[in-house]
Structures are given as structure tokens and as C-alpha cells.
Design a protein around this ligand. Structure first.
Ligand code: HEM
Length: 502
């Protein structure tokens, strides 16, 4: 009989044996055992955590080197493959794709909107209800609202120019993109973040804090969801004091809930333009199924989350590079001046007009390339029966992914990938680059907000360059270095000093 002291020793020995046996299984009998990659990655998820959970590091930055060494399909964790091959990418992310979203990335017990529906065919009717509100036509009709918000943003910059004080553009762009998406969803002033002094909204600051730890949340998503549900029992004051990120996300959720409810109770937004939730509220929208209030609130939360940091970070990246590339800046100013003849008029020119400017188009595209939109491992599941990618048979049920970063920073197609070079989109090689541009992903779950994002990018970049001379202020390249925290997060903020252009 074991003495009392030996029970812990027995338990430890049991655990140790289990870990050894599991490791052996993973490198011998496991269905992915024959796929190449670092042995440590095959043995344990701790290998990817080693990169992801250290400040300033991301596992995705290792992928190009690993592909160089091991080929187009590699095993990045015991249960996940990564493929770096554009034909395979197009197969996984094609329209009608049978590769569903993988629960590892998308199953969040705290959220139950259309974003979390894993099967694309099941998500389709739900997503399709929103789609017309994000069409090119709908966003063109929305331009008066977009102009209103951008004018407000530009007026803050004008005021800073006249007082010769710096502006935190990382926060400014977030305030703008958040206000835009929320005022569109709710046909009101949205969250009103552009009104907050110096763009320093406590909600945005708390959200940034949250994203800095998003990788941790991804690793323990079910635990975090459980914790979130239980921490709801704290008072608002306690949450704000001890868990500002939780308080911020709760606040967003509550506001979304209140505003969606109002629209539903009124049978529509009643504003001068149709808004996203008219999809369910308007009696004319006859549907056989309507999401619950909880599900619509989750959708509103998703639209806000998906539409804020992504676009804001692209604007930050583009502005940073323009501020540091005087030649690009001059060339762009010259081009946009041809269509923006009255830069101080509140009547902004249309996105459609700006989209026809070749150099501006190249600048926006290069900004999107370098900012990597959604950097994370947007994992998919290989369909039942398996699949053949890059000539290799992959078992059904395997988790597989293919990150944007590998394509956008591939030196074979984008020489000097860390250099901001809009000219590459105007060169003879441009047709070969287009298929490797995957900022908005592809297929049935690609970005629903692409037209809104484009309108925001074209208008902001054009007007910033037309109206202001821009100098980075106390911001270094190290501040702009980024990591994958599901959204892109940077080490620091882009601060600038702006002067009214003559
Ligand atoms: C530069 C800006 C943007 C970039 C680079 C971007 C990129 C992406 C990408 C890569 C995805 C696919 C994510 C996945 O597979 O998990 C996505 C999905 C999505 N995006 Fe965007 N996005 C941007 C702006 C916006 C805007 C302005 C909205 C407006 C609300 C938006 C709403 C969404 C939504 C709701 C989804 C989820 C679609 C689904 O679940 O089927 N995005 N976006």
C-alpha cells in the first residue's frame, strides 16, 4: 500500500506517463504525424504559445521560415496544419467552400451571433440578410453620413493644426471608425467617440488593453468565456475599477442591446437612410426566421469589433508610411488635388471619384497589404472524406489555416516586403500580385464590410494628404512594430503634428 506521501508522487508519475505517451502518439500514430514541421510543434501546443504569449512576438512571423525549410504544408501544432500556397488558399476560401470555420478560433460560449456559426451554408441566410446593407450601392447612399463623421474628424485635426499640438492618430482613427460603424448601425450619433477630448475615450483605451491580452484569451477561450459570464456579477463600479476591459466590452454590448431594441420596437431605424438592423426590423423585410435580441446584440458587437480596429489600423499604417515617404506624399497630393479642388469645403467628393485615381488606389492597396487586416489563424476544418492540397492527402476533420501575413510579405512577389512601395501595384508585375492580396479574405466568410472599409480608406487618405502636411511626432519605427493579437496591435501609438497645406 502506498503511504500518504506517495499519492502525489503517484499522481505525478501518472501525469508524466500520460504526457510521454501522448507525445509519442503525436509523433508516430497521430493522423498528422507524417506532415513536416518542427518536432516540438508536433509534440505540444506549448511551442506556439512560446511565440504567441511573449510580448512583441507572434507565431505567425515564424511561418515563412518554416515553409522555406519544410515545404508548402506544415504542422504548426499537434492538431493544426498551415498551408502557404495560393492555389490551396483559393480552394479553402473559395465561394461554396466546404471548409467550415474551426471551433478553436470561432467557438465562444459568450457570443452567439452569425460570426460564430461555423458552417458557411448555415450562416448564409443570416449573413445574407445583412449583405444588402453593405453593398456598394448601400455604402454610396450612406456617403452623407460618412462625410459628416470624417468632417468632424478633420475639424479636430484643423484645431490641432491651429494650436500646433500633436494628435494621437491611432486613437483618432479608432474613434472615427467606431463612430462610423455605430452611427450606421443605429441611425444616431453612434458611440460619440469623436466628441471625446483628444480622442482619449476610456472605452477605447480599455479595449486596447483587452486586445493586448487577446492571445491569452484565445488560448483559454472557454475559460475566459466562463470567467466573463461569472464576472458579470460584479457591480459596474467594481468592473470599471478592477476589470476595465470587461467593463468596456459590457458597456458596448449593453449599448448595442439598447439601440437594437429601439430599432426593433420602432419597426425600423426611421432615419434618412436604411441601416443594418432594418434587415430584421422593417415590416417589408419578410423573413421566415428572425434572430433573438441576444443574437442581434451579438451581431452589433461583431460589426463594431470587426469594423473598428481593422480599418483604423490600416489608416494608421498608411499615414505612418506617407508621413515618412515625402515622394509618395507629394505624388499623392498632386493627384488628389486634381479632384479635391476645394479642400475646405464640407461637401466632400465621392468615393467613386477617388477610386478612379490610380496612385491613390495603389497607396490604399499598399496600406492594406502592410497592415495585414486580420492577422490571426482563421482556422478551417478539412471536410469529411479529406482533401488533397499541394499534392498531399489531408484527413477530414483536420484543422487547417493559411495566414494573410505569409502572402502579403512574400519577398518572391513583394520584393522588400517591409518597404511601403505603392508603385508595385502600378508595375507590370501587378497582375501577379492581385491574387496574393487577401486582406479581406475570400469566399463565403470574407469581409462583409469591404465597401464601407474602402469608403473610409479612400476618403480619409485623400483628405488628410490634401488638407495637411503631416509630420510624425515622437513616434518611432519601433512604436509601429506590430503583433498578432487576433487584431493587429502596435507597440505604441502614431502621433503626428499637422499643418494646414497651402
Ligand atoms: C481595412 C478594414 C478591414 C479589413 C482588412 C477586414 C478584414 C476582414 C477579414 C480578413 C475577415 C474574415 C475573418 C474570418 O475569416 O474570420 C473579415 C470578416 C468580417 N468583417 Fe471585415 N475587415 C475590415 C473592415 C470591416 C468593416 C468596416 C466592417 C463593418 C462592419 C467589417 C465587418 C466584418 C464582419 C462582420 C466579418 C465577419 C463575416 C462573417 O462572419 O461571415 N469589416 N474582415
Amino acid at each position: 500500500m502506498a503511504g500518504p506521501l506517495s499519492y502525489p508522487a503517484l499522481a505525478l508519475a501518472g501525469l508524466f506517463s500520460f504526457l510521454i505517451l501522448r507525445a509519442l502518439y503525436r509523433v508516430t500514430l497521430h493522423p498528422l504525424a507524417k506532415f513536416p514541421g518542427p518536432k516540438l510543434a508536433a509534440l505540444s501546443s506549448a511551442y506556439q504559445a512560446w511565440f504567441d504569449l511573449r510580448p512583441g512576438k507572434s507565431y505567425i512571423f515564424e511561418f515563412p521560415g518554416l515553409h522555406e525549410k519544410y515545404g508548402p504544408i506544415i504542422r504548426i501544432t499537434p492538431n493544426m496544419l498551415h498551408v502557404f500556397d495560393i492555389a490551396a488558399y483559393n480552394e479553402i476560401f473559395k465561394i461554396g467552400s466546404r471548409y467550415d470555420r474551426h471551433p478553436a478560433t470561432y467557438n465562444n460560449e459568450a457570443s452567439n451571433g452569425f460570426f460564430n456559426v461555423l458552417n458557411a451554408a448555415k450562416a448564409k441566410p443570416w449573413r445574407d440578410a445583412y449583405q444588402p446593407y453593405f453593398s456598394k450601392g448601400a455604402i454610396t447612399r450612406l456617403e452623407p453620413l460618412i462625410h459628416l463623421r470624417i468632417n468632424k474628424f478633420l475639424s479636430v485635426l484643423e484645431s490641432a493644426a491651429s494650436r500646433d499640438i500633436p494628435v494621437d492618430l491611432s486613437m483618432g482613427f479608432r474613434a472615427l471608425t467606431s463612430d462610423l460603424v455605430t452611427s450606421y448601425m443605429f441611425a444616431d450619433n453612434g458611440f460619440g467617440l469623436l466628441e471625446v477630448k483628444d480622442f482619449q475615450s476610456s472605452m477605447l483605451i480599455a479595449l486596447e488593453e483587452f486586445f493586448n491580452f487577446a492571445q491569452w484569451a484565445m488560448y483559454w477561450s472557454n475559460f475566459i468565456a466562463w470567467l466573463t459570464i461569472h464576472l458579470q456579477k460584479l457591480t459596474k463600479e467594481q468592473q470599471e475599477k478592477f476589470m476595465p476591459a470587461l467593463a468596456a466590452t459590457n458597456w458596448i454590448s449593453e449599448e448595442c442591446g439598447i439601440k437594437v431594441k429601439r430599432i426593433m420596437q420602432n419597426g425600423g431605424s426611421g432615419g434618412s437612410f436604411s441601416t443594418v438592423f432594418d434587415a430584421w426590423a422593417k415590416p417589408s423585410e419578410k423573413r421566415s426566421w428572425t434572430p433573438s435580441m441576444k443574437q442581434m446584440t451579438a451581431d452589433a458587437f461583431t460589426f463594431h469589433g470587426a469594423g473598428t480596429d481593422t480599418t483604423a489600423h490600416t489608416l494608421t499604417t498608411t499615414t505612418w508610411h506617407l508621413a515618412n515617404n515625402k515622394e509618395c506624399f507629394k505624388k499623392l497630393r498632386k493627384e488628389v488635388s486634381e479632384v479635391i479642388t476645394e479642400p475646405d469645403s464640407e461637401q466632400l467628393v465621392s468615393t467613386n471619384l477617388l477610386e478612379n485615381l490610380p496612385y491613390l488606389r495603389a497607396v490604399v492597396k499598399e496600406g492594406l497589404r502592410m497592415s495585414v487586416g486580420v492577422p490571426g489563424r482563421l482556422a478551417r476544418v478539412v471536410p469529411d472524406g479529406g482533401a488533397t492540397l499541394c499534392g498531399r492527402r489531408i484527413p477530414g476533420g483536420t484543422a487547417i489555416t493559411s495566414v494573410c501575413y505569409c502572402y502579403h510579405f512574400d519577398p518572391k512577389y513583394f520584393p522588400s516586403p517591409n518597404t511601403f512601395d505603392p508603385e508595385r501595384w502600378l508595375s507590370a508585375e501587378a497582375p501577379q500580385l492581385e491574387p496574393r492580396f487577401v486582406a479581406f479574405s475570400k469566399g463565403p466568410r470574407s469581409c462583409i464590410g469591404i465597401n464601407l472599409a474602402h469608403a473610409e480608406l479612400y476618403l480619409n487618405v485623400a483628405y488628410l494628404v490634401r488638407k495637411f502636411d503631416i509630420e510624425a511626432f515622437e513616434t518611432t519605427a519601433a512604436d509601429m512594430e506590430w503583433t498578432d493579437n487576433f487584431v493587429v496591435t502596435t507597440n505604441g501609438h502614431l502621433k503626428v503634428k499637422v499643418k494646414k497645406a497651402h
